[in-house]
Design a protein around this ligand. Structure first.
Ligand SMILES: Nc1nc2c(ncn2[C@@H]2O[C@H](COP(=O)(O)OP(=O)(O)OP(=O)(O)O)[C@@H](O)[C@H]2O)c(=O)[nH]1
Ligand SMILES: [Mg+2]
Length: 229
């Protein structure tokens, strides 16, 4: 049987992590021929995230170096699957749709699927106005600099072939990792990709994103990446 690895970065997500792991559609993936490996990458949570993740059956990797991007790099290196799927540890992403996305990846022989959270958003409960504006600016910048027809450059749910990671230049260890991975795969590697709309849900637990500060940092990173790879 083939393996699919689900990599989840988690920092102090004790309220949400078990719900994310329990929602894992292991049976459906098994019927598609995949064993599911769930990898939670913890960067020094001070709460019970790791303990609860282990108790719910996930493999937990402790990564002492800080950052969202760093957590992903460590998780990807440890992933045994030929396909990798990702999601936040905050119950915002529809984990249950992973089998559909895997089917699509295989049917259309895609290398990378990224998801679009923004189309179906109506409540400010799910994403505040500040984040919507920030996402709009980042998406426009991404379109202008890289000519990528992406509606959501900052989405953190992807399904892709692990092989694709070879030769990528991934410098960010922080939040810009999400846009950097897409830019590397879609713009520099010119892989076969699709963006799929998903239902994005209200976060459980505390936000780790630092609002305008991270938004600005992501914008500077993206702009710089266009000229200095
Ligand atoms: N391992 C690790 N995980 C992190 C770090 N910072 C954030 N995360 C996790 O990465 C995911 C994304 O962070 P969020 O706070 O949800 O940021 P966001 O998704 O942009 O913002 P929301 O829309 O409010 O959820 C969550 O699962 C966090 O727990 C970090 O430094 N290390
Ligand atoms: Mg989140």
């Amino acid at each position: 049987m083939k393996t699919l690895s689900v990599v989840i970065p988690a920092l102090n997500e004790e309220k949400a992590i078990q719900g994310v792991i329990k929602a894992m559609p292991k049976k459906e993936l098994k019927s598609l021929g995949y064993h599911t490996q769930v990898l939670v990458v913890d960067n020094g949570s001070t709460d019970k995230t790791s303990k609860l993740a282990k108790e719910t059956g996930a493999d937990v990797i402790f990564e002492p170096r800080k950052g969202y991007g760093r957590a992903y790099k460590t998780g990807f290196a440890a992933a045994a699957g030929e396909i990798i799927a990702t999601a936040d540890a905050d119950q915002t992403y529809p984990i249950e749709t992973i089998p559909q996305l895997v089917k699509l990846l295989n049917k259309e022989k895609l290398d990378f699927i990224t998801t679009n959270r923004l189309d179906g958003l109506n409540s400010t409960d799910v994403m505040c106005l500040r984040n919507k504006i920030g996402n709009g600016i980042l998406n426009l910048t991404c379109r202008m600099l890289f000519s990528l027809d992406l509606q959501d450059s900052q989405s953190g749910m992807w399904v892709f072939r692990k092989d694709l990671l070879k030769d990528l230049i991934l410098k960010s260890d922080q939040m810009p990792f999400s846009e950097e991975l897409k830019i590397e795969c879609l713009y520099y590697k010119k892989c076969k990709w699709k963006e799929i709309p998903i239902e994005y849900k209200k976060r459980v637990g505390e936000v780790k994103l630092r609002g305008w500060k991270d938004g600005f940092y992501n914008w500077v990173f993206m702009t710089r990446k266009r000229f200095v790879r």
